[in-house]
Structures are given as structure tokens and as C-alpha cells.
Design a protein around this ligand. Structure first.
Ligand code: ADP
Length: 232
């Protein structure tokens, strides 16, 4: 379980503040974070990922308080909207580079072997020697998710994953995320998306943020009975 307790975050040069008393992300469920532009969704993701450090409150992953751990030391992998793949490196190299730190800390004995496992799991055999720029948007995203999973995170965050995808690739992404959930490879899955249809398909739980405050947390079915669902 991922717990957020009493966090408060204010940017130096802005009036905005994110204040969340208590929220939970359950294992083996997909939690979607919803809210209008500027409500604080990215701020929350960056706090969980360690890209923004909080001065108050705590972020606890499976009973480990990671509030003061820097981003690279957290068991959290984020797939940002721009995917962040290295364009000059092959798909295989992009994945191997993500696994390399696991070797250094003894989590991976053989980077090549673990790279093969990920490539097979994500059906990237035919694409592994290509550069990301020669792939379609859907394929690039598959690589970015594979690379994120390759680090063996406990938390996977996807920021607006459908924004660059057509209908067919959104359908494929939906299948991939449900498979990842069912295979329990990464216990906590968090998705931020404006794509209402996609969210209602993949979400188990919903967190809704408005003006930096959480105004709903619960199951998708419960969310559907609220006025927040009906305004869409
Ligand atoms: P969302 O992801 O829901 O669109 P954000 O978390 O990106 O919202 O932003 C929440 C608020 O914080 C917005 O008012 C935004 O302008 C402000 N904000 C975001 N990043 C910064 C920053 N680096 N410096 C100052 N203000 C910021």
C-alpha cells in the first residue's frame, strides 16, 4: 500500500498549495487521479516520485517512509508524457540502461538476461535493435513502460498515457495495463488522465483533486454515484 499522510506543498513563486491529509493507493489496483488542469495532479505525482520533496507529511510505500529519499532511490518509476526515451540508443539499450543500477545494488545478476526477459514480456523482440524515433507512438510507449518495469518498481506512475495515442493504440494500452495489474508485476499503479472513457475502463479506484485538495477517494463504482461523475 502507498500512504500519503498530511502532505503540504507550496511552490516558491505561486499561490498554489497542495494539501492532502490522508490518501491510500491499494496494491493490485489501478488508481486514476482526476481533476481539472491546475488542480495539482502533477504536483502529487512528483511528490510520490520524489521529484518534489515535501517539508511536511510523509509518503510511505509498504511501510517504508520514503519522504526524504531522492527520486533515484525510490521504488517508484514514472512514465512521463514525453516518455523520456534516449533517442540515440536502441530499444534494447534503453531497457538495459534502466536495469544496470539493479546490478550495482545486487538486484540483477545478469543485465543481458534480465533485458531479454523484459523484451520478451513486452513483445519487443522485433523492435529491440531499432531507435525509439523509428517507432510508432504506441510502440514507443510500450518501450517506455517496459523500461519503467525493468527497474522492478513498487509503484508505477503514468502521466497522461493516452495523450499521443490513436484509438487503436489506446485499446492496446488498456490491455497492457490490465495485464500488468493481473500479473502483479508492479503492485501500485497510478494513472493521471483526462481521457474519461479510458479512465472509466481501467480504473479500480479514483482520487479526485480540486484546487489542491482531495475531494474524493474511493472505488470507481462509488465515484459513479457522485455529482463529480455526472458533470462530465
Ligand atoms: P495539474 O497537473 O492538475 O494540471 P499541476 O500540479 O501541474 O496541476 O499544477 C498545480 C498548480 O501549481 C498550478 O496552478 C500551476 O500553475 C502551479 N505550478 C506547477 N508547477 C509550478 C512551478 N514549478 N512553479 C510554480 N507554480 C507551479
Amino acid at each position: 500500500m502507498l500512504h500519503i499522510n498530511n502532505i503540504s506543498y507550496t511552490y516558491n513563486n505561486s499561490d498554489f498549495s497542495l494539501e492532502i491529509d490522508n490518501t491510500e493507493f491499494q496494491p493490485n489496483k489501478i488508481t486514476c487521479v482526476l481533476g481539472e488542469n491546475g488542480s495539482g495532479k502533477t504536483t502529487l505525482l512528483n511528490i510520490i516520485g520524489g521529484h518534489l520533496l515535501i517539508k511536511e507529511g510523509s509518503v510511505i510505500v509498504f511501510e517504508n517512509d520514503i519522504s526524504n529519499v531522492i527520486a533515484t532511490g525510490r521504488p517508484v518509476a514514472t512514465v512521463f508524457q514525453n516518455l523520456g526515451l534516449f533517442p540515440h540508443l536502441s530499444v534494447r539499450k534503453n531497457i538495459a540502461l534502466a536495469i544496470e543500477p539493479n546490478r550495482l545494488i545486487g538486484k540483477s545478476e545478469n543485465v543481458d538476461l534480465d533485458t531479454n526477459t523484459i523484451i520478451t514480456k513486452f513483445q519487443l523482440e522485433d523492435l529491440q535493435h531499432k531507435k525509439p524515433t523509428s517507432l510508432s507512438g504506441g510502440q514507443q510507449q510500450r518501450v517506455a513502460i517496459a523500461r519503467a518495469i525493468a527497474t522492478s518498481p513498487k509503484v508505477l506512475i503514468l502521466d497522461e498515457p493516452t495523450s499521443a495515442l490513436d484509438y487503436q493504440n489506446i485499446a492496446k494500452l488498456t490491455v497492457l495495463l490490465k495485464e500488468l495489474k493481473n500479473s502483479q508485476q508492479v503492485p501500485i499503479m497510478i494513472v493521471v488522465s483526462h481521457d474519461w472513457h479510458f479512465v472509466m475502463d481501467i480504473a479500480d479506484d479514483i482520487i479526485y483533486i480540486e484546487n489542491g485538495k482531495q475531494i474524493f477517494q474511493g472505488s470507481k463504482d462509488k465515484f459513479k454515484t457522485t455529482s463529480l461523475y455526472n458533470i462530465k
